[in-house]
Ligand binder design. Structure first.
Ligand SMILES: Cc1cc2nc3c(=O)[nH]c(=O)nc-3n(C[C@H](O)[C@H](O)[C@H](O)COP(=O)(O)OP(=O)(O)OC[C@H]3O[C@@H](n4cnc5c(N)ncnc54)[C@H](O)[C@@H]3O)c2cc1C
Length: 506
């Protein structure tokens, strides 16, 4: 969004038009849960002259793609269809100078813009009706000794292949299409985090194009506070990151496992959360609790609990870590294999096709997950109305190296917790009627409000943004928000970079 229009004027325009592009077929209550109507989510479309687009096209080495061009649809695709929005044009940046040209042009023409790498933001923060600054062509990855330099537009799968060639790894996620930029800037959790820290803890330097069009390198020795802000301060706040340099670690063999239970859910979930808490840092896992869809329920199915993850060499055998839970797991659905690290990642990887979803998260401490609290979660899951798509609530195991840093050491404040809880509702607009989607979103909100009360200091993960979160500044950043605001003043005092939950200058 250009710097010249006031937020108030834009808001009243939006309200006047009753214009929220998000989930407009949904009842009002559900729309509010997807986006707070008091906050501008999608800047208003405005007319940009053909001449102005030509000026930008001529200033760039990469292509400027307009709606009637081939592949426009492919390039504008986002992962969460609740926030699909057609940009006026897509700038396919291939050089730093292209990014700089886009920023200057957007400022001079007062055209709203958004920066996108992998397009997997949960809440539509990389969508715009104006200029989409598409970083995906800037995806080169190269080894630099025991470090890796990742282009600002690279997606996970390319990072995996490059690291595999190096025989090394970082803390990475499982979804192949997620952009490295969004992943790292918002924190970056993955099965390796208990051993190495979260992805952004491994960030040693990053190049950025600032609102002024200037290029800077942020590292421990130059612009150190900007590096700090890029370690969990969230994408799209401080500039366009064109490369990331990270510490890497050698890989060997891991035990990859997937275990499933469909009986005694309360007991199993409680025991998993409390037993696995004791596991050493070489062990990383995610517990998923999946209620049946209405169709599955009609066939007599109940909640399924599963654990997937990996154990690095030197970790005690699964028999020891899971105890009797291992014998109780469904043998037909058990996977436990020792294999080379990168082959194991092929088993753990997921590629989520675009669909409609909403996710809400909070960090939890095991001590708050009492038998009563866990039983209540299972009872609430049984009461989920459900849609045609399965939805889960999940516990990502944190701890280990994640908690070795202090909350203020990087912008990622969430240290000292044991689990990241995240509840999702997935749906498909063509199959699930708006009233059913609405019932599910309301159910999800009530569930989330209850779980949040278990660990009131648990905040929320900024990489799983929730547009309905009223206290997002404290939930995502807590005591770090003020310092993030100071960095914002230094690099973008006019808030050229903005979106519904953007950091505001102090
Ligand atoms: C299926 C799925 C699986 C996921 N798995 C994990 C996981 O395992 N671990 C985890 O931590 N998170 C995970 N996430 C969350 C994910 O890390 C965040 O949504 C992340 O922000 C997505 O990054 P992106 O580049 O794909 O998204 P985008 O939508 O392209 O960008 C996300 C944000 O970063 C900004 N941005 C993008 N590129 C740049 C850039 N080059 N410079 C500056 N700002 C930029 C955008 O403007 C936007 O605000 C997952 C998300 C999905 C949908």
């Amino acid at each position: 969004m250009g710097a010249f229009e006031t937020a108030t004027a834009r808001r009243s325009l939006l309200k006047g038009l009753g214009a929220l592009a998000v989930g407009t077929s949904l009842p009002a209550k559900a729309q509010q849960l997807l986006a707070d109507p008091g906050i501008e989510l999608h800047p208003l479309p405005r007319v940009v002259s053909k001449g102005a687009w030509s000026d930008l096209a001529r200033a760039m080495t990469g292509d400027l793609v307009l709606p009637n061009d081939a592949y426009f649809g492919n390039y504008s695709q986002v992962n969460n269809l609740s926030y699909s929005q057609r940009p006026a044009a897509i700038a396919r940046c291939v050089t730093d100078a292209d990014v700089s040209a886009c920023l200057k042009w957007a400022h001079n023409t007062n055209t709203p813009f958004a920066v996108r790498s992998g397009g997997h933001n949960y809440a539509g923060f990389s969508t715009t009706s104006g200029l989409l600054i598409d970083m995906s062509p800037m995806a080169k990855i190269k080894a630099d000794g025991d470090r890796v330099i990742i282009g600002g537009g690279a997606i996970n799968v390319a990072v995996y292949r490059a690291l595999e060639r190096m025989g090394r790894t970082i803390t990475h996620g499982r979804c192949e299409g997620v952009g490295a930029a969004g992943f790292l800037l918002g924190g970056g959790i993955g099965f390796n985090m208990r051993l190495y820290g979260i992805g952004s803890d491994l960030l040693r330097s990053t190049d950025l194009m600032l609102a002024s069009g200037e290029k800077v390198t942020a590292s421990a020795t130059e612009h150190a506070k900007l590096l700090w802000a890029c370690q969990g301060g969230g994408g799209g706040n401080f500039g366009v990151n064109t490369s990331f340099t990270l510490q890497t670690f050698p890989v060997s063999t891991v035990t990859v496992f997937i275990l499933t239970w469909s009986k005694n859910q309360e007991r199993v979930l409680y025991d998993l959360l409390h037993r696995l808490q004791e596991a050493p840092p070489g062990f990383g896992c995610k517990i998923s609790v999946t209620p049946p869809t209405p169709q599955q329920r009609a066939q007599g199915d109940d909640i399924v609990i599963s654990v997937m993850g990996q154990a690095h060499q030197g970790t005690p055998p699964l028999k020891e870590l899971f105890g009797t839970l291992l014998e109780q797991a469904d043998p037909k659905r058990t996977i436990e294999i020792d294999m080379p690290y990168w082959e194991a990642q092929d088993i753990l990887a997921e590629e989520a096709l675009p669909y409609f979803y909403r996710e809400q998260s909070v960090f939890l401490k095991t001590e708050n997950l009492t038998e009563k609290a866990v039983a209540d979660m299972i009872a609430t899951a049984r009461a989920m109305p459900g849609t045609s798509l399965p939805s889960s609530f999940k516990f990502f195991q944190v701890g280990g190296e994640v908690n070795k840093l202090k909350p203020t050491d990087t912008a990622f404040v969430h240290r000292g917790f044991d689990w990241l809880f995240s509840s999702e509702v997935n749906w498909w607009e063509l199959r699930d009627p708006p009233s059913l989607v609405s019932d599910n979103l309301v159910w999800q909100q009530q569930f989330y409000d209850k779980v949040r009360r278990l660990t009131p200091s648990g905040g929320a993960y900024q990489n799983f943004p929730d547009p309905a979160l009223k206290d997002w500044q404290s939930a995502y950043y807590a005591e770090n928000y003020r310092d993030l605001q100071k960095v914002k003043v230094e690099v973008d005092p006019g808030s050229l970079f903005t979106f519904a939950q953007a950091i505001k200058p102090a």
